[in-house]
Design a binder for this molecule. Sequence first.
Ligand code: 5GP
Ligand code: MN
Length: 326
Amino acid sequence: MLSQVVELIEKKKAFAITTHIKPDGDGLGSSLGLCWLLKSLGKDADVIVRGEVPPAYRELPGADQIRDVSYLNGKYDAVFVIECSDLERPGIEGLADAVTVNIDHHSTGDQFGTINWIDPTASAVGEMIYNLCKAIGGRITKEIAECVYMALVTDTGSFHYSNTTDRTLKVASELVKAGAKPAEISGAVYNNYPWSRIELMRRVLDTVKRDETGKVASMRQTLRMRQESGAIDGDNNGFVNIPLAARDIVAVVYMREIEAGKYRVSLRSKGSINVAKIAEKFGGGGHRNAAGLQVEGDWDLREAELVGILSREIEAQEEGDAADKR
Ligand code: 5GP
Ligand code: MN
């Protein structure tokens, strides 16, 4: 919990911070924000991430200092592990032997840390980093503000997902006061894609369809589509939300072929339909309205299975709502 994190930071000197492979805006923004906070407190801190920093986040202060590592090398008193469901997610060897601090806002993860600070009410881990800064008596510097704002804006879908609360907006306001520029930070993510994204979007959207209830949409991305469009990682960010824009669509299944017969699946929903619960049944996880999982086998069958589960869930919920009104 938070008080243990504060105590650890006060007692120790040298920290590493890591997040999941293929990091998103919350993973990287929170990691960099925490790094700036630790440095402002006179601590030594390194952000270590497996793989390249995606282009959208390269302008964040400190991004050029991120170390691309595959094993933990360096003398650290503790390692912060940001928004990871387990200790394998960072893709870095040697973490199991370190003192680790698990900081996350997903309720579906393991309690793998020496210290675990999990707050499912936080819109993003970035919101937790802001709370940590306040709890430890730190000042929100311009660097912290920019990194944490990136975390908030990406994890809330520019403040329109259901995880956006009055606290999220209050924190965002404080970050802007401290020097974060909303248009610049959003622009670095949402107006900064290569053309390959548009090529990939055209192909993926060509596959979109609805089930017979008209409430569940599904779409696919084949390996060939990626190849033909010259897509890079991250080009498909947000595609899953496109069908949700239709008034009658309540849930979306977006399957991406990662190798023959193996698929990453993103699930999205509106309102009280809980896709994290469905994802967990398949070994995945996430939040009520946004979750992910992996499946293998026949594409049509797996898709029909997921679409079926979602449409039955929607039907059960609507029957419940109708009964409540009677
Ligand atoms: P996405 O569909 O964008 O990949 O993931 C949506 C949400 O579900 C994110 O919050 C992500 O962290 C979570 N998520 C995606 N895939 C998995 C998974 O395989 N396991 C767990 N525990 N969470 C996942
Ligand atoms: Mn997050």
